[in-house]
Design a protein around this ligand. Structure first.
Ligand code: NAD
Length: 627
């Protein structure tokens, strides 16, 4: 029995009306499940609307140039067993019309060939980008000047670059990846996320051992063998970096070491000490990352002044360390050096640590740091750093700035800037803004249609996992797939002690936007596992949209907050409400229960705390029902 189904425009998020730019099928066509029937385009993105089930297009209700909105019916499909017969009938008719022979299998209609051609044209020529149905076929002309000719050149081998290169290779493109450093993996693997986490793990061990002295388990003071520690950290890095090299080899991704600069829209020149390589490419992904911001006026070549890379080299454990910048890098490095034995002072320009993060999440961290560190100077800036024999003499400015102080080392961690000014962007026709960022659309396409950009170089947040996700999108679009960056949230984590993690809307943002939320904050002192760990200072906050009831934001402070935030990111992506989360059975006894119980604070089902307002609401409800 066949039946008919209506194909509707789904919820379009931020858009009311969007344009139908292509109709990909005709009445009578057979379609597969998910096969696109039409393409929509707004000023931000393009998307295909697919068939919900396999069947035959009985009626088309839209034409190119129409505008549609969520809920509009665009086509009627005939589906089910009878539809197959109908399809056969259609095919027979069409074979008859074309002189087809009886008994020959029905020819698969070429429904999207014309559309595919149009989309391929988009992929190679349309700035701003629309979906591509297959990779751009660019005739590179004479490539006798080039040492390497590839479908895709990826500039940079960090978590964004190698993810793009490997995904593209897996999708059948020939790929070359260019890396300035001797090792692959970029800042994250070599001098960022990975070595810092290796050292932060050691810091946590030391702090835990120390902490349990008060609970009956006393260890002697740790002996730090700096050489052994450094070499362990380097081993961790080497393993990962070696792994990236092997993965590249297995995928036949060609690695070219040296400083890459565009010399033309389809050429990149790679300069190394002993060689110069010219790469001709059909498409490119710029994943050239960022570098630390250098504060002006600091001594240029005093090795006691370091940035995050210098801090991770672990040359020594300074007795007194000043950290300029109370952001994530500054606080993570302070955590490491404090555990190793340095006396830490933090100087932060604004009035808060980790500016922009919800205050209730930072407070437990700040309380702990104020108890442990020598000083935390807010609303204060460094005006001079003078090298003297005993150390670096630092002068401060600000309402409660102290008198000049001498430190053994000064770590500058005042943010990072994109490398857009270092890639020869003009020669490729790429527009770089005043701060060094490249602007991209949701398909990661720059203003030059065949060049994509991802990671730190396209904007905040400068996070490895964002770059990786963008790398996959860029590679997929370059390979002709319909992909776009449509993640609702990008979680952030400060791997401090305690960790601070958040995803989606923050309370601060909601307030600024006048958005009303239902909030629940579950205190970790009511969680058995955190008590058993002696770390009950944390809390888990969930923010639900007051109208839809869906989870839109989450923030967690406490040990392992960075691991716990992943569940909330998934819940936001899935559009979960408090019932969905509260009814999900969380294993006991774990810190993850704090997520479930926070949701139960909204549903009223929480039994692990006594909430007077919950009881009052229940009584009122009962009274209204006449109970
Ligand atoms: P940041 O922007 O997070 O913090 C820099 C801090 O320095 C800010 O608080 C700022 O107010 C302060 N500052 C700026 N100028 C100052 C001055 N003259 N004196 C005193 N303070 C000053 O930058 P960051 O910590 O350097 O990190 C850089 C980037 O790397 C960020 O985007 C960060 O998200 C990313 N990162 C992320 C992680 C992680 O996810 N765990 C780890 C490291 C870095």
């Amino acid at each position: 029995m066949s039946r008919t189904v209506e194909v509707e425009i789904p919820d379009l998020g931020d858009f009311d009306q969007v344009d139908v730019i292509e109709v990909l099928v005709a009445e009578g066509d057979t379609v597969e499940a998910d096969q696109d029937l039409i393409t929509l385009e707004s000023d931000k993105a393009s998307m295909g609307i697919g068939a919900s089930e396999p069947g035959t297009v009985r009626e088309l209700r839209v034409a190119e140039g129409d505008q549609v909105k969520a809920g509009d019916v665009i086509a009627i499909l005939e589906v089910g067993a009878g539809a197959a017969e109908a399809q056969e009938k259609d095919a027979e008719q069409s074979n008859d019309a074309e002189g087809g022979q009886e008994g020959e299998p029905a020819a698969t209609p070429p429904p999207t060939e014309q559309a595919a051609t149009a989309q391929a044209k988009d992929a190679s020529t349309t700035p701003g980008g629309s979906d591509a149905a297959r990779p751009a076929t660019v005739d590179l002309g004479d490539t006798s000047d080039a040492d390497v000719v590839v479908d895709l050149m990826v500039l940079g081998s960090g978590p964004g670059g190698y993810a793009a290169a490997f995904r593209a290779a897996d999708l059948g493109l020939s790929v070359a990846m260019v890396e300035r450093s001797e090792t692959l993996g970029g800042v994250c693997l070599n001098v960022g996320c990975i070595p810092s986490k290796a050292l932060l793990h050691v810091a946590a061990l030391i702090e835990d051992a120390h902490h349990f002295g008060a609970h009956g388990v006393r260890f002697s003071e740790p002996e730090i063998d700096l050489d052994a520690l450094r070499s362990w950290k380097d081993d961790v890095v080497d393993q990962l970096v070696g792994g990236v090299g092997q993965l590249a080899k297995m995928r036949e991704v060609q690695i070219v070491h040296g400083e890459g600069r565009f010399t033309a829209p389809h050429r990149l020149e790679v300069e190394a000490a002993e060689a110069r390589t010219t790469i001709a490419f059909r498409q490119a992904v710029v994943a050239a990352g960022s570098r630390p911001i250098e504060l002006p006026g600091l001594p240029a070549d005093d090795e006691r002044l370091i940035d995050s890379t210098g801090a991770l080299e672990l040359r020594d454990v300074p007795e007194r360390l000043l950290v300029i910048g109370g952001g994530i890098i500054g606080l993570e490095m302070a955590t490491v050096y404090h555990a190793l034995g340095s006396k830490i002072t933090i100087v932060e320009l604004t009035g808060e640590l980790m500016p922009g993060t919800d205050r209730d999440l930072v407070k437990p961290l700040e309380t702990r740091l104020r108890g442990a560190y020598e000083d935390i100077l807010l609303n204060t800036k460094v005006t001079a750093v003078e090298p003297i024999t005993e150390g670096l003499k630092v002068t401060f400015e600000g309402e409660s700035a102290p008198a000049p102080r001498v430190f053994d080392r000064v770590l500058s961690a005042v943010g990072r800037r994109p490398n857009g000014d270092r890639i020869g962007a003009e020669a490729a026709g790429l527009e770089v803004d005043a701060r060094g960022f490249l602007r991209v659309d949701r398909q990661q396409r720059t203003s030059v249609a065949h060049i994509f950009a991802i990671g730190d170089i396209v904007g905040q947040p400068m996070l490895a996992h964002k770059a990786t996700h963008e790398g996959h999108v860029a590679a997929e679009v370059a390979a002709g797939h319909r992909a776009s960056f449509d993640a609702r949230v990008i979680p952030s984590v400060a791997y401090t002690d305690p960790e601070v993690a958040w995803a989606g809307v923050t309370e601060r943002e909601a307030k600024e936007a006048g958005r009303s939320l239902n909030k629940a904050v579950f205190p970790w002192r009511a969680n058995g596992r955190s008590l058993a760990m002696g770390r009950s200072e944390g809390s888990t906050k969930l923010l639900f949209d007051a109208d839809t009831g869906q989870l839109v934001g989450a923030g967690i402070v406490g040990v392992h907050a960075g691991d716990l935030i992943a569940e909330t990111a998934l819940a936001i992506e899935m559009g979960c409400d408090a019932d969905d989360i509260g009814h999900t059975i969380h294993p006991h006894p774990t810190l993850s229960e704090t997520v479930g119980m926070s949701a139960e604070m909204i549903t009223g089902a929480l039994t692990d705390l006594y909430l007077p307002q919950q009881r009052k609401a229940a009584k009122e409800r009962k009274a209204r029902q006449g109970g």
